[in-house]
Design a protein around this ligand. Structure first.
Ligand code: SF4
Length: 342
């Protein structure tokens, strides 16, 4: 067990370089790193294993079976443990408190939408126009950037007061624009990279190899007491779940990928052993800096996630207020509400 604990902590960090000079290197690195991470994880699975009772397909018996039936929770609410006592769960699901997103959440939403739009639009363009040259794809994607970004900003800024973000909008726009360029270069160069590897390749196969990511991949988590329409940020055909984060690194981010792995296993009955958290940050020039943390979805992550789920379900079922934690998260959206009741 001790050995397993050590192995499950293995993760790899690799800060990618600004794209302007190094986007080709970036592409090769990201492909190499995924293959390499998969090899390492397969080795871990063969040596250390994952306890069979902790696979998602064991949803009909503890510890994977939910202790309460009829309550279904989204993974992000369970796993994003900014509130250590889980009072956020009590407020949301027992007292029915509704809060507006804060600026940091809106910013994260914008970058998520940019990733989603670039990957989806790139596939649409390639299939629709039968395009196989990276440069042509780059040109088309660049010409559509403005209208897409305007739409994304408009819908993401809608739920909050414009005055709250007035000073932030220019910076947000610059970052969203740079992220669009960065990702567009990534998919366009991938297209050429795959073509250069295979002399004869069908369009469908080219797209599958160059842009294999499926965004907002839907999975039904109800067998585990999770939402019916869970959305995995990015799902890779090699059964890798990828979560995008834009704020500070937090140790509990690994529970998000653990939760999605369990949900996918329960729905598809195929093992998911590797997850990754992709952090999108920006430097002083507003250029994106992308870092990838791989996580072996071993026993420890699975048990910790299931424990979170069970505690949340118990709070909701018993309508139990867990009280305030020793320290509240500075940017918690419930802060005003909780402070009023201290
Ligand atoms: S304000 Fe504090 S107690 Fe309330 S939900 Fe946030 S972190 Fe938890």
């Amino acid at each position: 067990m001790k050995k397993l604990h050590t192995y499950s902590k293995i993760c790899y960090n690799w800060s990618f370089l600004p794209f302007k000079k190094y986007f080709m290197v970036f592409n090769m690195m990201i492909l190499y790193r995924l293959d390499s991470a998969l090899k390492r994880v397969n080795l871990l699975v063969s040596r250390v294993g994952v306890s069979s009772e902790l696979r998602g397909w064991c949803w009909d018996r503890p510890p994977v079976e939910p202790p309460v039936h009829g309550v279904y929770l989204p993974i992000y609410e369970l796993a994003n443990r900014y509130c250590e006592s889980m009072r956020d769960i009590y407020l949301r699901y027992v007292e029915g408190v509704e809060v507006k997103p804060n600026v940091a959440m809106v910013e994260g939403r914008v970058y998520h939408e940019v990733v989603k739009s670039v990957l989806t639009l790139a596939k649409k363009v390639v299939y629709g126009l039968d395009i196989v040259e990276g440069f042509r794809l780059l040109q088309i994607m660049s010409s559509r950037r403005k209208s897409y970004l305007n739409g994304i900003l408009k819908s993401c800024l809608k739920p909050i007061d414009a005055s709250d973000v007035e000073s932030e909008v220019a910076r947000l726009k610059a970052r969203a624009c740079n992220l669009w360029n960065y990702l567009t270069l990534y998919v366009s160069s991938n297209l050429d990279l795959v073509r250069s590897r295979y002399r004869t390749i069908e369009l469908d196969s080219l797209v599958a190899l160059a842009i294999p990511h499926i965004v907002e991949f839907k999975v039904d988590g109800t067998l585990l007491g999770l939402s019916r329409e869970l959305s995995v940020d990015v799902f890779n055909p090699q059964n890798v779940v990828l979560e995008i984060k834009t704020g500070r690194r937090m140790s509990f981010h690994r529970f998000v990928v653990g939760g999605y792995a369990l949900a996918l296993e329960s729905a598809n009955e195929v093992p998911v052993n590797l997850g990754a958290v992709m952090y999108i940050h920006f430097d002083q020039r507003n250029l994106p800096v992308v870092t990838l943390n791989y996580h072996f979805i071993g026993d420890e992550i699975r048990r910790d996630f299931l424990e979170l789920r069970d505690t949340a379900l118990e709070i909701i079922y018993n309508e139990r207020d867990p009280g305030l934690p020793p320290k509240c998260y500075k940017y918690c959206v419930y802060r005003d509400y909780c402070r009023g009741r201290r």
